[in-house]
Design a protein around this ligand. Sequence first.
Ligand SMILES: Cc1ncc(COP(=O)(O)O)c(C=O)c1O
Length: 408
Amino acid sequence: MNNPSPPSVPLLDLKAQYATIKDEIKAAIEPVIESQQFIMGPAVGELEAAIAQYVGARFAIGCASGSDAILLAMMALGIGRDHEVICPSYTFFATGGYITKVGAKPVYADIDPVTYNMDPDHVRTLARKCKRLKAIMPVHLFGQAADMEAYIQIGEEFGVPIVEDAAQAIGARDEQGIRVGTRSAISCFSFFPSKNLGAFGDGGILTTNDPDLADRLSILRVHGGRPKYYHKYIGVNSRLDSLQAAVLKVKLKHLDQWTRGRQSNAAYYDKKFKAAGAQTSQVPLSSGSGLPLRTPHPAGAQRPGMAMPGPSHIYNQYVIRVPADLRDPLRAHLTEHKIGTEIYYPVPLHLQECFAYLGYRKGDLPESEAAADQTIALPIYPELTRAQLDHVAGTITQFITQQAVAAR
Ligand SMILES: Cc1ncc(COP(=O)(O)O)c(C=O)c1O
């Protein structure tokens, strides 16, 4: 008898998720369609209340995207021309890109090679050199909470607010077990479809505990006018629409279960890779120890030198690390085997052409540059079957083992 052909494994399969909630979604959007109230209808307020409660923040303000959330946060905090905002370089473009939209300058910090999150020690060094520092923006990259304790201290030390880019991390808990989006001045979340809580299009939300900031944000997102046509601020048009809110309200009910599915898939990959000789990202790839493959810093793992249990990881992405010269051949090999992957992110922001005016050079942020050369994201969505997980892990370990043997 022939072996069944191996399953194809897309990087993300939103159809598989939709199949499990189709009836609920249809029932939720039908009343919005009937009402024909598409902008700022009741569903938006209901979602804002539900997200505030889920995250544990006093206020949540919907907006058009995670990128706009960053823009609105900058505007609400009065950040503008020639001000400086420290953020990581190894992140999605919007983190740095939207700082510049208000005329401010992103000051790029390097990352901790274990978690891929911004390195608080480097942030402190940069903050000392800044002349017009107005905010610090950690990113909870790939869904792993950044070291909020450190950022709160640094923010107090330098007298600047923390803005969390929590676009990839809804529900992740920090080292104190507190959900991201609650301990900073303003937090920015994205509902881009590939996020753990994804809309049927673009969407975003901001959270804050400060009533004045909440008020300003809710005015800024409607052109800065309140009442309508009376403009206290020059705002933007950045509203979450009612259809998206209705979809997200349904999905929010399933979010924790989906996150557990992602965490269990991550644990399965971890186990498979470890059995093949891989180490976690706590062991540098350059150590030559075991298989040249590093799994992500695992959920809940304690960071060296930290007293509290480690922060949680909601695995918006499961990102492994391999030597730079193997990364692209591995990706090509996986594509041949019908396995979807992505490189998050091939060029760190400080080396992007559009930021050449900032004057960074290759070698300035070595950990960000190494991660950009060595990391690759694998399928991790909760609906993956055991056969798909085995196919991904098996194809990778076989390829890396062969290459490692050939190189000896
Ligand atoms: C870290 C990070 N910041 C900001 C954004 C921007 O979010 P959006 O795509 O909703 O504009 C994203 C989403 O892709 C992101 O991953």
